[in-house]
Write a protein that binds this ligand. Structure first.
Ligand code: PFF
Length: 455
């Protein structure tokens, strides 16, 4: 049933933009800076870049080829390529990871909506850096408002998901992604010229390897998987909508490069600004919400109209970047329920939206009134983040590389990456070598290292 009635992305550009739309999101602009800040700056970034090149790109190509060849949702894909085996559990774990990520991701996505309303009502004007810290604290720990916004955000995602693949996902990505990129460039220029910004630039460029411990490796690997939307079959699901002549390798490189540039740009906005106003780089998840309003106020202090315009535009684009990612997360779970359990797409989507609102509420409360309730020392929000980004996605990536490198028929792999021999693939052998040996060994090594078994 799956082959005939599947939608396709309309154009090559659409393919890249929709995949990049999934990759680029809060992971780049919100999570990357705070992970970088928590793990000491430049050394973390170098290890992160290593993870993108060595693990991210090959595993992304592997996910693409699994999805396009099977033309099914992620769990179905393993079922088709490895019928009657346990490989389908990799797909199922991915679906679960998607649901968990969507639940807590929507909380932060909801915060962007609150900040849009604040920007529109000009309530950043005249505030001091400390005021921004206080107002973020009081908003994020409020029991109602964040829940309201997370619900609105999930309903918007729901609406686009039920409208279908091409009309919803592709169109929104095509306009908003380039706009976001231009705005980030402008903000970098503003941020690096703030007084005292130099220390922030040094923080990003001068590695201090004394700060590198096992958690830096785990953090960098988790961030690479999270940011590229890897390890949970998201790009595999998107690739099931690719056409036969999409160049998988080129698409993976384009997505990887766009995603990395946006994350680095975000770093160059946040850290110079944070150092400039004396906010600690390890302020955690609140980092962008307390530093950025300062950038708008200070960089355009003489021209309030520009401060207003840029702050509104920034939060709108951030919300859109988050939306193209929540759509992709939602699509993984919806496609799974629709194709495996034969629910209508509408019903599948309603189940996903309802469950994520439910879990999202508890994630949100875990940052405020329910702060005291922890499991393994973490509140629900942090627990969902840790379990998905630092455990489930890398394990998914490990198995995807083993599956493609060792299990899958090499004829299928070659046909998919070379488009049946019509593309030149000079690094094909290296690609297989990475999937067979380097990626599985590197991921296992990072896990074992984190468990402290190497010391
Ligand atoms: N890559 C997205 C981001 O950086 O915001 C988050 C994400 C989307 C993670 C889709 C995983 C995923 F499957």
């Amino acid at each position: 049933m799956m082959k005939k009635d599947r939608a396709n992305f309309g154009s090559k550009m659409g393919v890249i933009l929709a995949s990049a739309g999934s990759a680029v999101g809060l992971g780049n602009i919100w999570r990357f800076p705070y992970e970088t800040g928590n793990h000491g700056g430049a050394a973390f970034i170098l290890i992160y870049l290593g993870c993108i090149i060595l693990l991210g790109l090959p595993i992304m190509i592997a996910e693409f080829l699994i999805g396009r060849h099977s033309r099914a949702n992620t769990a179905g894909a393993f079922q088709i390529l490895a019928p009657g085996t346990h490989w389908r559990w990799i797909g199922r774990m991915g679906v679960l990871a998607g649901l968990l990520i969507l639940s807590y991701y929507s909380v932060v996505a909801g915060w962007t909506l609150e900040y849009i309303t604040e920007a529109v009502s000009n309530s950043f004007a005249g505030k001091s850096p400390n005021d921004f810290v206080v107002s973020f604290q009081s908003f994020s720990t409020n029991p109602w408002r964040p829940i309201l916004w997370l619900t609105v955000f999930l309903l918007a995602t729901h609406f686009i998901i039920v409208k279908g693949v091409e009309k919803g996902i592709e169109k929104s990505s095509k306009i908003m992604m380039p706009m976001l990129f231009i705005l980030l460039l402008i903000l970098v220029a503003c941020s690096v010229t703030l007084p005292g910004a130099k220390r922030g630039i040094e923080f990003l460029l001068k590695p201090d390897f004394n700060k590198v411990d096992s958690s830096v490796f785990l953090g960098a690997m988790g961030q690479a998987f999270f940011s590229l939307s890897l390890g949970m079959g998201c790009l595999c699901t998107y690739a099931s909508y690719f056409s036969k002549d999409t160049n998988l390798t080129k698409t993976a490189f384009s997505v990887g490069i766009i995603d990395t540039i946006i994350a680095i740009l975000a770093g160059f906005i946040i850290f110079p600004a944070a150092f400039s106003v004396g906010i600690q780089p390890d302020a955690g998840p609140s980092l962008i919400f307390i530093t950025l309003p300062n950038v708008f106020q200070q960089a355009f202090s003489g021209i309030p109209a520009l401060a207003y315009l840029f702050s509104v535009l920034f939060y709108v684009l951030l919300a859109v970047a988050a939306l193209t990612s929540t759509i992709s997360l939602h699509e993984v779970v919806t496609a799974y329920l629709h194709e495996e359990f034969h629910f209508t797409r509408g019903k599948a989507a309603r189940i996903v939206t309802g469950s994520c609102i439910f879990f999202g509420i508890f994630c949100s409360l875990s940052l405020g009134v329910a702060k005291g309730y922890t499991l393994f020392g973490l509140g629900l929000f942090d627990l969902f983040d840790f379990v998905t980004a630092k455990i489930m996605l890398p394990i998914g990536g490990l198995f995807i590389s083993v599956f493609t490198g060792w299990y899958l028929d090499k004829k299928i792999v070659w046909e998919e990456v070379s488009n049946s021999g019509s593309l030149r693939m000079p690094a094909y052998k290296l690609f297989i070598f990475i999937l067979k040996f380097i990626a599985p060994i590197a991921i296992s090594f990072i896990f074992i290292n984190e468990l402290g078994l190497l010391r």
